[in-house]
Every structure is written in structure tokens, then in C-alpha cells.
Design a protein around this ligand. Structure first.
Ligand code: ZN
Length: 952
């Protein structure tokens, strides 16, 4: 699935805790993705959370009757499981959670239904086990078990739950829907709730006459129940399916469908017109995946595919087989309102979920240890399948900067990271690995494997894997076997398991060190584990099979990405390097999942080439790589900051989105940490000077001829120019915001520039303007636009306004949905300036009890304090947080500890590096003072007087 909730793109709550997500605008990885933060200790559970292997399911018949009635949001259920007892036993253990089972009606019989067995029920609420014990021993064979029960329609967006929306007349309309990954099917029906325990399923769902029902398969029949006048919808039997992929929905939604109903998109009827793009793109995406895998979706697996936008949804989207569920903003697109970034998100999320129909649904993980086999392939193909349809979006290059640099390296560089094959047992452990390792790192490692063996061999290997394991399960070993077969068939000499196991069974990744001998024209390459911080605390003697290739000044070819040689573990290797005046650059197109550090001379050679007119001879990905490596090597203590910052100087001539993405990700961190220091003015001057050429090139207005990523780059350049308080930019934003809010000019702001205009314009606006924008939020029906406005509203720097906003964010019925509450709260310190960190902390200090009550616990408080901690840069702020944690230790528990350690890390970085950076900046600013920042003076002639009334 695509995590959403707290952070960055696909299942429950995401990794702001872990990642310092950059507020770069296109792909909103920092807002959409994962739920897990990866920070939960993966301690082995005390007891075995796995079901015993004495029986397995063959078939389920699930009949559910949801009651969508005020004061009675419940359901009644009846589930009959055909099961096989594998060895003689007198107990059958299955999963069941928060169901009231009518024990007297439970029926266990042999399959022929000639013998009924008396059973006693026992419940293990820790492991969610229901154990039925028989007085006589059950011999191996098939049995039938029927259970009758009731449960609550939940309001926390998991299990079988209720969601609602207001219709055109203001009435609240309820729907019943489901979300079961990873272990929530057990709320809706008693079952063997483990991914490898597949069975076929018949679903019966009852609905009101105003509703219709959807499930994984097409409708078989419908009939009215004379007892209550409601209608039973009976669905066709599924193929063998894991319980977490079962889904069913009763709603009054409208649909766009093909004539034969094999493909449909569903949403609230007032929003269905915005589902057309998802409909059109979805058909193409599914076809592309069929072509790529060589395995048909229709007929082979399921006879239909529906996509549906759910008003309240905990993840970004969920890949239920044949019935994919989405947050509205990942499915609904409105021309003239939605942005290019919204469109890309919708396309990539659809491709992600459709990839799962093969990787996850057809071949499921044996256990959650192998979650990465789902999410890694889905992350990989969300870019590479979408790229086959949207060919000019440069998604192959976006993958590198968004998934490798901003996401996977950031997470996997921490000493607390975990291996892709993760040791997990409990539901909370499983939820924690829906994180940057299972998504971004796994996708990156999969891409590395593709380039090791070439795309055609990779593709053949994947088809082997899917064909061999369909309607069954996958493990990393099963994947290696299938790939090995393709590698052997192609005559390549490579032990896939030996190489790849070093990448999936170990946490972290290497930094390859290049030490050249400039007399002998050789270079020695060695490796050690890279740590983003605290490297002295960890063991760096960890080794991988590292694929090596390189370009040089005299041979700047980036097209061949297969390895020229390997570093085979802890032994260093020696390669021929170019003549002493040429640079060498390792890891072409960043296909290898590792960083590279050079000796100072080679860094200097690279820097002088970047500053030359020929710099584009180094590919955009490798320019991004040099920036990302340099800044992060410096952060980890592997390279001095002066050398690293020298790499950024060439950006003064850079106009490509890809290197700028990684540069701005790196500058986001430095910007945050220097914000309260004496160096900050010089930092602003330096970065503004780097941006000047890109700003001049792309300007303030969108052009029809703009390339896809140019729209992203303009937005990023303007966002930073405004954040750095470039007058022309700030006035531009204020003027646009007033045209929209005061003059009611709905076309005043180009959609792609809304985020920068909203945030900059609202920063110093008074409450009148802020309230006008709040009213726009309440009036808009498009979810992605609502999110954009919520983020802008947090940019105010007026404490009263912010306090009011944070109260709205944490009050039921305020107009902000609970799924969007943390987005609103986080916007105060994420999108607002450094000045907003203390008001956010103060608000939590002053309203802790109410906030905990609103969120139903401290997990969101942990996320909020963690995000605030990432932005704490003074000892006074840290002291305030620590005192709060001590004073409120009873309520908080450990909820403040990540925030405190984030803040401590910041102060340690400032202590270590600020002086060096300060003197470097002083020199750099002095050097560039002659080349002044270009500002379009025409923009300064805007009507400034009329702005004064609205800004403080
Ligand atoms: Zn996914």
C-alpha cells in the first residue's frame, strides 16, 4: 500500500519521526507514503505470535450486515470456514479481535456434515487468538466451522469501519468500508490472518436500498431479505487470496465504468467528475503491467478492477485485489485546480497499487519479514511503469533523487536502521516496517539488481518468479532462484543469492572510498558502512558485494551501467584510474545503492569541472549524486564541510530539476540548523545567489512550453526565494494571494504556484486574510486543494492565529478531518519558518491533555514532538522540551524522547560544524558579492500600497 497519515506516500502513519523530509513540492513524498517510522525497536516478541501449523483454511463464506445508524454503528457477521486439519489435534486456533461471538451457535462439523463436535472457546487478547477446543481428537481431514458474532463499525480507519461525507444538502452520509493490511481482517471475520495462509472467499454484504456494494470480485447476484427489507449482495468466489487483501464497501457512490463493468472508478457523486484522469490512466497502467509481466490480469486472476476514493482513509492507498482504495487526493484530479504534482502523485500511486496486483496479491509475502517484496517492487514500478505512459516526466531520474537520496539513504544511514528482511512478529512491529527501508531502499536495491544483470534478464527473472509462485507466496530466496535461472539462461556468471543477500539481510549501506595514486594512475577502492551521525558508536566493519563502474573526464559515458568490477567484501581492490589531471566518478547513474568518497584532489578536480561550461557532460543524476554525497559525507564526518560546500558552488549555473532537488534537500537541513545562528544571513545571501540564475531562467509565470519537471523546479526555486525573503518573491506572493482572497479572482494563482503563494502570502497576513483563506478551505471540495490550503494556513507567524489553528486541528467537528489533523498541526513548524517552532511546542505544553484525548493516545504526540525536535536549534528550546518531558512524564511516557534526541543531535551538529561553515560562507559571500542577485524590477512596481492594509 501507500502509506500516508503522518508523513511522506502508501498504509498508516509515516516517517517524519525518522526522516527529515524536505518540503520540496513535487512528489509529495513527505506527505503521502509510509506509516511506519522504522524507529520502533524490533525486539523479538516474548511469545510466538504465529498461528500453530495444525490446520489451514481452504474457503471462507463471509456474511456481513453493517448498521449505519446513529448510536448503533455495529455489524452482525456469520463466517463459515472450510478448513483442513493437518495433524491430529483437539484445538483449532484462528485470529479474532473485538468480536462478540455467540458461543452457543458455533458449529464445528466434519466436512461431510455427519458429525458435530462440542467446542469450548478461549481467547488470547494479546495475540488475538481464538482457540476452539474439542473433547475428542480431530483426525487429519477437512472440517467446517461456522461462527456468529457482532462487532463495532470502527472509527479509526482500520478493520471494518465507517466513513462519512456531507452531501449537497448538508446531510451526513455514511458508508461502510474496510482496510485489513497488515492484520485487521480479524476485526471483521474470524480467520487465519497471515499472508501465506490463502483461501478462496465468498463475500455476502448487506446494503440499504440507497446503496450499492463493491468487493474484490464481480457481483454474482442480489436479493432482498424480507426480514429487514435490506438487500444481500453476493459476490463471485475469489481466487486464492490472503486475508489482508479482502475488501468490501457499501456506499452510495457514483462510478465511471467500462461498458462491460470490468474497470471502474468510484467516488462521492459530487466528486465523480474528477475521477476521469484516474480512469483513463488506470486502464493504461494495468495494461502496461500486463505487458511487462507477461501475465494477464483479467481472466488469469480477477475479472474486474475497481478503484474507489474513500473520504476517510488511513493510508495513501491500499491494493485490495480487484478493489483498490485511495485517499481522495490520490485519485481525484480537477483541471485548473489540481497541480502537476497532484497529477504525478495520482499516476504513480495508481501504478504502485496496480503493481501489487502481481507483487503482493498474486505472489504474497510468506510472512511480513518479506514485506519489501511487496513494497519494493511497488515503489520501483510506480516510477518505471508510469514512465512508459508519461514518457516526458523524467521519472527514472526522479526515482534517484526522491527515493534514494531524500528517502532511503536518509533512513538507512542511521545506526538504528533494520535489514530489508525484517525480524517482526507483533502487529505493532509489522506496522513499523511500512517505512523507508521496505519502500525506498527496497526499490533502490531492486533497481541496482536490474542494472547488474541488464533490464531484459531482470524482466525474464521477474516473469519466472511470478509464474513459479502465483497464488502462492514469495521469499527473498524464491526471488533469487527465479532471477538466477534468467541469469544462467543468459550465460552470465553471477551468484545472485550470494551478492543480493548482502543487501537484504544487513541494515545500512556502504560508502566506497576512492584513494588515487596520481603517479601510478591507479585507485584503491575500499568500503565501510556509512553512518549519517554517531559513527563512532557503531560497527562500520560490515561488507557488501558492491558493483563498481566509473566515468572519467576523458570518457564521460553514462550509458553502460553494468558493473565493470566488484568490491567483494572487506578486501579493497585496485583499478586503473585516469591521468592525474582527469577526475574519476564512480557509480554511473547512481545505480549502486552506496555513497562514494574521494581524496581531496579528486574532489577538487570534480569541482573545477562542475564550474566549467562543460558541466552537463556529467549526467544530471550524477550531478545530483555528487551534491548528495558531499553534503551527507560532511554531515557524517567523512568529508570536511569546506570541500563539500565547494561542490554546491556550481549550482549558480545549474538549471536542471534533478540536481537541484538533491541540493535543496541538503540545504533544507542546513537552513534549519543555521536559522538561529549568526551565520544565517550569510547562508541566505549565498543560497539566494545560487538560485538567481534558475529564477531568472524560469521566472514567475508558467509557460505552455514548460517541461513537466520545469514546473516543479520553478515552484521549488520560488519557494526558496520566498523563504529566503527575496523581496520580489514575497511581494509577488502577497499580490497573488490578495487577488484570490479579496478580489475573488479564482484564476489569479496558477495551480502549480499555489503552495508558495499560500505559504508566503499568509506568513505576515492579519486574521482577516487568514480567515478568508480558512473559509476557502471549508468551501473547497477537492481533497488535494484542502491539503494545500491547510499547509499554507500553518505558515502564519502570528501566535494568536497559530494557537487558534492548532486548536482547530485538534478539535472534532472543526472542519478538519481526523485523517488531515496532523497535516494541519505539522504545517505550523514544517511549512512555517523557524519562528513557529516555539509556538507549536508551547501549544502542546499548554494543551497536552486535550491533544492526547483528541488523538486517542500519545502516538501522534510522539510524531509532533519528534518533528519539533528536528527543528530545535537552541539550548533554551531543548531545555524547555526536557522540562516539559519531566513535568509531564506520567502523561507522556516516552513520547518526548525522540524529539529530545533529535534536538540534541541538532545542537551537537551546530557545536561541531557551525564555525567551519560560518567562515566558509563568509568567504563565499565575499567572493560572489560582485555578481549581484538578479531581481526582476518590474515585480517591485506592484501595487504595494493596497497590500499594506492586509499585512502587519
Ligand atoms: Zn504498497
Amino acid at each position: 500500500m501507500i502509506e500516508s497519515g503522518y508523513r511522506l506516500f502508501i498504509c498508516i502513519l509515516s516517517g517524519l519521526v525518522l526522516l527529515e523530509a524536505s518540503p520540496l513540492l513535487p512528489p509529495e513524498k513527505d506527505l503521502v507514503l509510509h506509516t511506519g517510522d522504522g524507529n520502533i525497536e524490533l525486539s523479538k516478541a516474548d511469545s510466538d505470535y504465529r498461528l500453530p501449523n495444525t490446520s489451514r483454511p481452504l474457503h471462507y463464506v463471509i456474511k456481513l450486515n453493517p448498521h449505519l445508524v446513529e448510536n448503533n454503528f455495529t455489524f452482525t457477521g456469520e463466517t463459515t470456514i472450510t478448513l483442513e486439519v493437518l495433524q491430529a489435534t483437539n484445538t483449532i486456533t484462528i485470529h479474532s479481535k473485538e468480536q462478540t461471538i455467540s458461543e452457543s451457535r458455533t458449529l464445528l462439523s466434519n466436512y461431510a456434515n455427519t458429525t458435530n463436535y462440542t467446542v469450548t472457546h478461549s481467547y488470547d487478547t494479546e495475540r488475538d487468538f481464538l482457540t476452539l477446543t474439542t473433547s475428542v481428537t480431530l483426525i487429519a481431514g477437512n472440517y467446517s466451522l461456522s461462527l456468529y458474532y457482532t462487532g463495532d463499525l470502527r472509527d479509526d480507519m482500520i478493520g471494518f469501519y465507517k466513513s462519512s461525507y456531507s452531501n449537497s444538502t448538508g446531510d451526513t452520509i455514511w458508508i461502510a468500508t474496510s482496510k485489513f493490511e497488515p492484520g485487521f481482517a480479524r476485526y471483521a471475520f474470524p480467520c487465519y490472518d497471515e499472508p501465506a495462509l490463502k483461501a478462496t472467499v465468498d463475500i455476502w454484504l448487506k446494503r440499504e436500498s440507497s446503496q450499492h456494494c463493491l468487493a474484490n470480485t464481480p457481483i454474482l447476484t442480489e436479493y432482498e431479505d424480507s426480514d429487514d427489507g435490506k438487500t444481500w449482495t453476493v459476490f463471485e468466489t475469489t481466487p486464492l487470496i490472503s486475508t489482508y487483501l479482502v475488501a468490501f464497501i457499501a456506499s452510495d457512490f457514483a462510478g465511471i465504468t467500462t461498458d462491460d463493468n470490468t474497470f471502474g472508478v468510484w467516488a462521492r457523486s459530487s466528486a465523480i467528475a474528477t475521477a476521469q484522469y484516474a480512469f483513463d490512466f488506470g486502464i493504461e497502467s494495468l495494461e502496461s503491467l500486463e505487458n511487462y509481466t507477461g501475465i494477464a490480469y483479467y481472466n488469469y486472476a480477477l475479472d474486474k478492477m475497481d478503484q474507489i476514493a474513500i473520504p476517510d482513509f488511513s493510508s495513501g492507498a491500499m491494493e485490495n485485489w480487484g478493489l483498490v482504495t485511495y485517499r481522495e487526493r490520490y485519485l481525484l484530479y480537477e483541471d485548473g485546480v489540481s497541480t502537476t504534482s497532484d497529477k504525478q502523485n495520482i499516476a504513480t500511486v495508481i501504478s504502485h497499487e496496480f503493481t501489487h496486483q502481481w507483487f503482493g496479491n498474486l505472489v504474497s509475502p510468506y510472512w511480513w519479514t518479506y514485506l519489501w517484496l511487496n513494497e519494493g517492487f511497488a515503489t520501483y514500478f510506480e516510477y518505471f511503469i508510469t514512465a512508459e505512459i508519461e514518457t516526458d516526466w523524467r521519472l527514472e531520474e526522479q526515482f534517484v533523487v526522491a527515493e534514494i537520496h531524500a528517502d532511503a539513504f536518509a533512513a538507512d544511514g542511521l545506526g538504528t536502521s533494520h535489514a530489508m528482511n525484517a525480524d517482526v512478529e507483533t502487529i505493532s512491529e509489522i506496522r513499523a516496517i511500512f517505512d523507508s527501508i521496505s519502500y525506498g531502499k527496497a526499490g533502490s536495491v531492486i533497481r541496482m539488481m536490474e542494472h547488474m544483470i541488464t533490464n531484459s534478464v531482470f524482466k525474464a527473472g521477474l516473469t519466472n518468479y511470478l509464474n513459479t509462485n502465483s497464488f502462492d507466496y514469495g521469499t527473498s530466496d524464491r526471488l533469487w532462484e527465479a532471477i538466477q535461472e534468467a541469469v544462467d539462461a543468459n550465460g552470465q556468471s553471477l551468484n545472485v543469492k550470494e551478492v543480493m543477500d548482502t543487501w537484504v539481510t544487513q541494515a545500512g549501506f556502504p560508502v566506497v572510498t576512492v584513494t588515487r595514486d596520481y603517479d601510478e594512475n591507479t585507485a584503491v577502492l575500499g568500503q565501510e558502512r556509512f553512518f549519517l551521525r554517531d559513527k563512532s558508536l557503531y560497527d562500520s566493519a560490515v561488507y557488501w558485494w558492491v558493483p563498481i563502474n566509473w566515468a572519467t573526464a576523458s570518457d564521460p559515458d553514462y550509458s553502460v551501467t553494468t558493473p565493470t568490477t566488484w568490491i567483494p567484501g572487506n578486501e579493497s581492490i585496485t583499478i586503473q584510474s585516469p591521468s592525474s589531471s582527469d577526475w574519476i566518478l564512480l557509480n554511473k547513474q547512481q545505480t549502486g545503492f552506496y555513497r562514494v568518497n574521494y581524496d581531496t584532489t579528486n574532489w577538487d578536480l570534480l569541482n573545477s569541472f562542475l564550474s566549467s561550461a562543460n558541466y552537463t557532460q556529467i549526467s544530471p543524476i550524477n550531478r545530483a549524486q555528487l551534491i548528495d554525497d558531499a553534503l551527507n559525507l560532511a554531515r557524517g564526518g567523512y568529508l570536511d564541510y569546506a570541500t563539500a560546500l565547494n561542490v554546491t558552488k556550481y549550482l549558480a549555473q545549474e538549471t536542471d530539476y534533478i540536481p537541484w532537488y538533491s541540493a535543496l534537500t541538503g540545504f533544507t537541513y542546513i537552513n534549519r540548523l543555521l536559522a538561529q545562528t549568526d551565520s544565517y544571513d550569510n547562508f541566505k545571501t549565498y543560497l539566494t545567489s545560487l538560485l538567481a540564475n534558475a529564477l531568472e531562467t524560469f521566472g514567475y509565470e508558467e509557460l505552455d512550453a514548460d517541461e513537466h519537471v520545469h514546473k516543479f523546479l520553478r515552484n521549488n526555486v520560488l519557494t526558496w526565494s520566498c523563504r529566503l525573503e527575496l523581496d520580489a518573491c514575497v511581494e509577488f506572493a502577497k499580490e497573488k494571494l490578495l487577488s484570490w482572497l479579496v478580489d475573488n479572482d479564482e484564476t489569479a494563482i496558477t495551480p502549480n504556484l499555489k503552495s508558495v503563494v499560500y505559504c508566503t502570502g499568509i506568513r505576515n497576513a492579519n486574521s482577516t486574510i487568514w480567515n478568508l483563506m480558512w473559509n476557502k478551505y471549508l468551501a473547497t471540495d477537492l481533497s488535494s486543494e484542502q491539503i494545500r490550503i491547510l499547509r499554507g494556513l500553518g505558515c502564519s507567524e502570528d501566535t494568536d492565529i497559530l494557537n487558534n489553528y492548532m486548536a482547530l486541528a485538534t478539535t472534532s467537528g472543526s472542519g478538519i478531518r481526523s485523517q488531515d489533523s496532523s497535516t494541519a498541526f505539522q504545517s505550523v513548524y514544517t511549512y512555517g519558518s523557524a519562528n513557529n517552532v516555539e509556538p507549536a511546542l508551547d501549544y502542546i505544553i499548554n494543551n497536552l491533555e486535550a491533544i492526547i484525548e483528541y488523538y486517542g493516545g500519545t502516538s501522534t504526540v510522539t510524531t509532533l514532538l519528534s518533528g519539533i525536535g528536528l527543528r530545535i536549534t537552541t539550548s533554551a528550546q531543548l531545555e524547555k522540551l526536557e522540562n516539559f518531558a519531566t513535568a509531564q512524564s506520567t502523561l507522556l511516557g516516552t513520547a518526548a524522547s525522540t524529539g529530545i534526541s533529535n534536538a540534541q543531535n541538532n545542537l551537537a551538529w551546530i557545536e561541531s560544524y557551525e564555525a567551519t561553515i560560518s567562515s566558509w560562507l563568509e568567504e563565499a559571500v565575499a567572493d560572489s558579492s560582485s555578481s549581484n542577485v538578479g531581481i526582476s524590477s518590474a515585480l517591485l512596481t506592484l501595487c504595494l500600497v493596497c497590500l499594506l492594509n492586509f499585512y502587519q
